[in-house]
Design a protein around this ligand. Structure first.
Ligand SMILES: *Cc1c(COP(=O)(O)O)cnc(C)c1O
Length: 418
């Protein structure tokens, strides 16, 4: 056809076409990622980047892990999805594995973190309502993040995410992190659930104290409310324990036995395939009967097979996560000691935050130019969530790069990177 010969088909620029046709709800970095292998990703010009964010804590086994590639290839030609009208061979075994690792009993599968939190809130509502229709309040934390759907957003303690969508769910009370007195004030006979992130991720890598969590568990029990742990970011090996709450069990001096009634997980479970899971004890799970909740896609054959493979690989990775995490934090501590504007290292395992006295975002861009993907949360906290397979030499390269970047910053707090 003459007209197409005259106007050659143009390959539109990836950034331009996104900006023209995709909802503009993300402020993306100017980087087009085309492939990944291990702890590296490659852009459209073939440049390599060390990945210290893992798709926000999702790519726990890095990119193109051979075992994951193998099971995906096998399963995709066999069965991807059959709905929850029927059984398939992988959902039950995956739930059994999650029960074994968590100490809880029953799992509901969905497709994302926020959806898991949403389901957990429905569970709490139904649980409370069986006792008393007025028992629907949820106690949550300032600076927490639980997701973007209306229910999960209602228990998210950050005005910047909530503001445009109010009014949200009624009966949500927020208390400051680790504030025992405020917690005691907030929990009452009207409380259906207390929702906690054992380590706040989006909120700047801030850990709850064992004492605070134990008090929350006591209060929840005393008022017959559910204790819900959101381990979407900190769970499934990220901290070097299967679940972050189990770190409190390992505290030798004060061996805590704290157990949630409900555990919400997602991010790393599907190695990049969407999956979320609500893992509950029998008491909480009994609140949801047949027909009360569901998901068309939830717990499909392909994603459950991948998640089973991930959980098979995880035990062998935990010691290295702990050791490399200690090494990472020790190296970052040297930057705290060296630079006045570098305030504090926080985190457990490979969930690491570096709190600055100045905005962190300029460093994210500078690191990208140097070939490192890092992230900034809560304005001033550089957040690192590398794949669990990261090695010390790569951690060392990143810390050296940060050191060089920080060296260019003039007298703090000047208000940004030099
Ligand atoms: C990411 C995250 C969520 C939301 O998960 P999505 O999969 O993005 O919906 C909820 N809670 C915590 C702690 C998270 O880190």
């Amino acid at each position: 056809m003459a007209s197409s010969a005259e106007t050659p088909i143009q390959t539109p620029n990836i950034v331009d076409i996104e900006q023209q046709y995709v909802l503009q709800n993300y402020a993306r970095y100017p980087l087009v990622i085309e492939s990944g292998k291990g702890c590296c990703v490659y852009d459209d010009k073939g440049r390599r980047y060390l990945d210290f964010i893992s798709g926000i804590g999702v790519n726990a086994l890095g990119h193109a892990h051979p075992r994951i590639v193998k099971v995906v290839r096998e399963q995709v030609g066999k069965l991807v999805h059959c709905s929850n009208l029927y059984y398939h061979p992988y959902q039950g075994p995956l739930a059994a594995r999650l029960a074994e690792r968590s100490g809880l009993q029953r799992t509901f599968f969905c497709n994302s973190g926020t959806e898991a939190m949403e389901g957990a809130l429905k569970m709490a509502r139904a649980f409370g309502r069986k006792q008393d229709p007025a028992k629907y309040e949820i106690v949550s934390l300032d600076n927490s993040f639980h997701g973007r759907t209306l229910g999960a957003l209602s228990v998210t303690g950050q005005a910047k995410y909530r503001g445009d969508f109010e009014p949200l769910l009624p009966g949500v009370r927020f208390v400051p992190v680790n504030d025992m007195a405020a917690l005691e004030q907030a929990v009452s006979e009207r409380t259906a659930a207390v929702v906690l992130e054992p380590i706040l991720g989006e909120g700047g890598i801030v850990g709850l104290t064992r004492e605070f969590s134990e008090r929350a568990a006591d209060l929840a029990q005393r008022h017959n409310a559910l204790l819900i742990f959101d381990e979407i970011q900190c769970g499934l090996g990220r901290t070097g324990a299967y679940f972050a709450f189990q770190l409190w069990h390992q505290d030798r001096e004060h061996g805590s036995k704290i157990m949630p009634d409900v555990l919400v997980t997602a991010k790393p479970l599907g190695c990049g395939f969407p999956i979320g899971a609500i893992v509950a004890n029998e008491r909480a799970a009994a609140a949801i009967g047949a027909g009360m909740h569901g998901s068309t896609f939830g717990g499909g054959a392909l994603v459950c097979r991948v998640a089973l493979e991930f959980l098979d690989l995880l035990p062998d990775l935990l010691p290295a996560i702990r050791e490399n995490g200690r090494y990472f934090r020790r190296r970052l501590q040297a930057l705290v000691d060296k630079y006045e504007f570098v305030r504090q290292v926080r985190g457990e395992g490979l969930m690491v935050g570096l709190d600055l006295a100045i905005p962190g975002k300029p460093f994210v861009l500078e690191a990208m130019e140097k070939g490192f993907l890092i992230n900034c949360t809560h304005d001033t906290v550089l957040r690192f969530l590398p794949p669990y397979i990261i090695e010390q030499k790569d951690i060392s390269r990143l810390v050296d790069a940060l050191d060089a970047m920080f060296a260019h910053v003039q007298s703090p707090p000047a208000g940004g990177a030099a």
